[in-house]
Design a protein around this ligand. Structure first.
Ligand SMILES: Cc1cc2nc3c(=O)[nH]c(=O)nc-3n(C[C@H](O)[C@H](O)[C@H](O)COP(=O)(O)OP(=O)(O)OC[C@H]3O[C@@H](n4cnc5c(N)ncnc54)[C@H](O)[C@@H]3O)c2cc1C
Length: 377
C-alpha cells in the first residue's frame, strides 16, 4: 500500500459516525486540510451495528448534563438529515413516528409511572397510554402489556445510510480520507501534538481528534475505553409489524422502511471478540417475543455484533486534553454514539476552530479521570 506521508491541519483518527461527523463539521467551518484516518472501512464497526435509535427521554429518570446533551443532539437530526440529503442525495430515513416504552409487568409499570410524572413535570413531551390504547396504536404489542409511554420526540435514523451520507459528504467537502490505515501512535513534542504515526507513514499536524471508538485506549491509554458487546438479530417483516420503535426495559424492536425489523440487544463484557453467540441470540429473541409474540413467525435474515465504546463512568469523553496541546477526545459514546454524533461534531469542531470550549463539554472532559499518562512511552 502506498505511503501517505505528509501534513494536515487536523487529523481525525477513526472513521465511525463520530470521526466522520467531526471531519464534516471541521470542513464546513472552513478548515482546509482535514485528514481522516480509518483502520478498516468507514463506519464498519459500532456505527453500522447500531439500532439508530435517538432516545434521550425513553430511559431518563432525571435532568442531568448527559440528558441535556442527548436532547440537544437529537433535536439537530431533522436539519442534519435535510442537509445530508441536499449535499449527497442520500435519504438517511429519519423516522419521526416516535417510540413506545412498554410496561410488561407490574414493576415496569411503576417505573413508567414515575418517568411519566417527572417528564411531564419538566414540560417534556410524553403520553401515558393504557394497555388498550397502546395496542390500538400498535396491534402487534403483547396482550400482557400493562401500559406504555409514548415519546413522540424520541425517533430513529437508519444508521448505515447515515454513515454512507456522511462519507459522501466529507468526500464532497474535500476531506482527505484514508481507509485501511491504522494510527499506531501520536507523535508529541513537549506536551504538544506534532503528528501521528500510521501504518503507512507519518502525518504531521498541530491538531488531532481521537475518535477511535472502542480502540481509543490503544492510542491513548487514559482514560480507559472498554468494549461492551452488543448483538443484534435482523428479522424480516413485510408488511412491517410496527411503525413505532418498541422498547421495554429488557429489549427493543426497530422497524426499518425496507421491511427489516431489528431486535436488540445484549450488553456483554466479552473483550474484543465481536461474535454472535447462541446465548446472545436466544436472549434477544426472548425479549423480542415478550414485546410482541408476533415476531415468532418472522424469518431471521441476519445477525451481527458490535462493540460499544465505554468509559469507566459510562459517559462520553469529549473535549481538549489538558496534558497534550492540540489533542481532542471524542470517544466513549457507549450506547448513544448515533444520538450524540451531531452535537459532538458541532462542539468539538467549535473547540478546534474557535478555540472556545462550550460549557456543555465541561462535564465530559477527558481530564475528569485520574492522572495516568495520556500517551504511553
Ligand atoms: C448492537 C448495538 C446497538 C446500538 N444501538 C444504538 C442506538 O440505537 N443509538 C445510538 O445512539 N447508539 C447505539 N449504539 C452505540 C453506537 O453504535 C456507538 O456509540 C457509536 O457507533 C460509536 O461511534 P464511534 O465512531 O465512536 O465508534 P465506531 O463506529 O466503532 O468507529 C470507530 C472507528 O475507529 C477505527 N479505529 C480504531 N482504531 C483505529 C486506529 N488505531 N487507527 C485508525 N482507525 C481506528 C475503527 O476501525 C472504527 O471504524 C449501539 C451499538 C451497538 C453495538
Amino acid at each position: 500500500m502506498a505511503s501517505i506521508k505528509g501534513s494536515a491541519d487536523v487529523v481525525v483518527i477513526g472513521g465511525g459516525v463520530i470521526g466522520l461527523s467531526i471531519a464534516r463539521a471541521l470542513a464546513r467551518r472552513g478548515v482546509q486540510d482535514v485528514c481522516l484516518l480509518e483502520r478498516g472501512g468507514l463506519g464498519a464497526e459500532a456505527s453500522s451495528a447500531a439500532g439508530g435509535m435517538l432516545l434521550p427521554q425513553v430511559e431518563a429518570d432525571g435532568h442531568d448534563d448527559f440528558f441535556a446533551l442527548a436532547c440537544r443532539s437529537r433535536d439537530l437530526y431533522p436539519s442534519l438529515a435535510a442537509e445530508l440529503h441536499d449535499e449527497t442525495g442520500v435519504d438517511v430515513e429519519l423516522d419521526t413516528t416516535g417510540t413506545l416504552y412498554l410496561a410488561l409487568n407490574e414493576h415496569d409499570y411503576e417505573e413508567i409511572e414515575q418517568r411519566y410524572h417527572w417528564q411531564t413535570g419538566a414540560g417534556l413531551a410524553v403520553e401515558l397510554l393504557t394497555s388498550a390504547a397502546a395496542r390500538e396504536l400498535e396491534p402487534c404489542v403483547s396482550e400482557s402489556t400493562f401500559g406504555a409511554l409514548r415519546f413522540p420526540n424520541d425517533i430513529q435514523v437508519e444508521n448505515r445510510r447515515l454513515v454512507t451520507a456522511l462519507a459522501n459528504s466529507v468526500n464532497a467537502l474535500g476531506v482527505k480520507t484514508f481507509t485501511e490505515t491504522t494510527v499506531e501512535k501520536l507523535v508529541t513534542d513537549a506536551h504538544r501534538i506534532t503528528g501521528v504515526q500510521t501504518s503507512r507513514g507519518e502525518i504531521s499536524c498541530r491538531t488531532a481528534v481521537l475518535a477511535a471508538g472502542t480502540w481509543s485506549s490503544f492510542i491513548c491509554p487514559n482514560p480507559t475505553i472498554t468494549p461492551v458487546r452488543g448483538q443484534m438479530v435482523c428479522l424480516e417483516s413485510k408488511p412491517q409489524l410496527t411503525r413505532h420503535v418498541l422498547f421495554s426495559p429488557r429489549g427493543y424492536l426497530v422497524p426499518r422502511h425496507d421491511g427489516r425489523l431489528l431486535a436488540g440487544s445484549t450488553g456483554e463484557n466479552a473483550g474484543f471478540a465481536k461474535r454472535v453467540t447462541a446465548g446472545g441470540i436466544a436472549s434477544i429473541l426472548r425479549e423480542a417475543h415478550e414485546i410482541s409474540p408476533a415476531v415468532a413467525s418472522l424469518p431471521i435474515v441476519d445477525t451481527w455484533a458490535g462493540l460499544r465504546p465505554r468509559a469507566a463512568d459510562g459517559l462520553p469523553v469529549l473535549g481538549p486534553c489538558g496534558e497534550i496541546d492540540g489533542l481532542f477526545y471524542a470517544t466513549g459514546h457507549y450506547r448513544n454514539g448515533i444520538l450524540l454524533a451531531p452535537l459532538t461534531a458541532e462542539l468539538i469542531s467549535e473547540a478546534i476552530v474557535a478555540g472556545t470550549t462550550s460549557p456543555l463539554l465541561a462535564p465530559f472532559s477527558p481530564d475528569r479521570f485520574s492522572s495516568q499518562p495520556v500517551v504511553s512511552v
